[in-house]
Design a protein around this ligand. Structure first.
Ligand code: HEC
Ligand code: HEC
Length: 249
């Protein structure tokens, strides 16, 4: 697997492993407890190992976010293949009906492009745009958009109906909280091999159209039909309120 360029070249796994070995050999030395200078160097090394493992976790998060593609190649390809004309040079579209890709999880973008290719997700323009992309094109373009600064709104919409549904859901009607899957501020997450897309800061009209599509079954490509079940429980007014609220996050 190719690592994204932002990942440090030296594997932090190796670093924390050698720190661990150092710790194990200190423990084995009999007089460790009675030698304060050794103890302090042990503490320093533990701190070092901790920092190394934190940066390892961060590197892993970056890999999950950007995937195995090459963002530099993806920048050129998304330009020459005209994706940027609609989705914006930095993944922020200029049209309320066209989704942003900036900071979107690569795994999610890749899945959608596969779904457009197979017909699992239907959209006339995107079926044509996705048709000729090969696997390398798909992962490179996804890596480019995923590595951009994550989309965000103005934070002005404070609609209480939408906010309540977004944060708490409505247990009496079986509606789960959006944040339970799409995470805080709707910035998405990767868990148990499922990518929950970034929705916070997504285009308002696009969000509304997708919620309506989930509701009427026009879009049906979410795992176990989860978004269709949720869409069907929402009223039209709630969909409007949610699209306004979420696009502003
Ligand atoms: C003419 C405008 C246009 C062009 C060019 C275009 N797209 Fe799209 N794209 C759209 C629209 C509109 C949608 C929303 C589809 C829907 O409503 O289901 C979309 C949706 C998508 C999605 C799904 C996003 C999501 O949040 O679910 C992906 C991924 C995508 N496009 C990638 C690409 C790539 C890669 C290219 C270049 C090869 C490209 N698009 C070129 C208009 C365009
Ligand atoms: C149980 C988990 C779960 C919950 C709860 C959930 N979602 Fe989703 N949602 C998903 C998954 C997974 C996808 C990606 C589907 C796919 O792969 O095409 C998704 C996709 C979406 C999309 C499409 C994003 C795009 O770019 O096209 C929207 C919009 C959305 N969800 C809105 C909501 C809203 C609003 C709520 C709360 C009322 C909500 N979701 C609650 C799992 C969930």
């Amino acid at each position: 697997m190719r690592l994204p360029r932002t990942t440090p070249q030296i594997s932090s796994k190796t670093v924390s492993l050698s720190a661990y070995k150092y710790f194990a050999c200190l423990r084995r030395s009999k007089n460790f407890k009675n030698r304060p200078w050794k103890r302090s160097s042990f503490l320093a090394f533990s701190a070092f190992a901790l920092i190394a493992s934190t940066s390892e976790a961060r590197a892993e998060m970056v890999t999950q976010q950007i995937g195995a593609g090459n963002p530099t190649a993806g920048k050129e390809k998304s330009d020459s293949m005209r994706c940027q004309e609609c989705h914006g040079a930095d993944g922020n579209s200029n049209d309320e009906r066209i989704p942003n890709h900036a900071g979107q999880y690569a795994g999610y973008l890749i899945k959608q492009l596969h779904d457009f290719q197979s017909g699992e997700r239907k959209h006339e323009t995107m079926a044509i745009m996705a048709e000729d992309l090969n696997e390398a094109d798909i992962s490179d373009i996804a890596a480019y958009f995923a590595s951009q600064k994550v989309m965000h709104g103005e934070g002005r919409n404070d609609n209480p109906v939408a906010k309540k549904l977004f944060i708490n859901g409505d247990p009496s009607r079986g509606i789960p909280a959006c944040i339970s899957c799409h995470a805080g501020n709707g910035k998405g997450k990767y868990a148990d091999n499922i990518v929950y897309p970034v929705i916070g800061g997504q285009r308002r009209v696009y969000l509304r159209s997708q919620l309506v599509n989930w509701q009427i079954g026009e879009r049906a490509n979410s795992p176990d039909g989860v978004m269709n079940k949720i869409g069907k429980l929402l009223s039209d007014d709630e969909i409007d309120a949610l699209a306004n609220y979420i696009s502003d996050l």
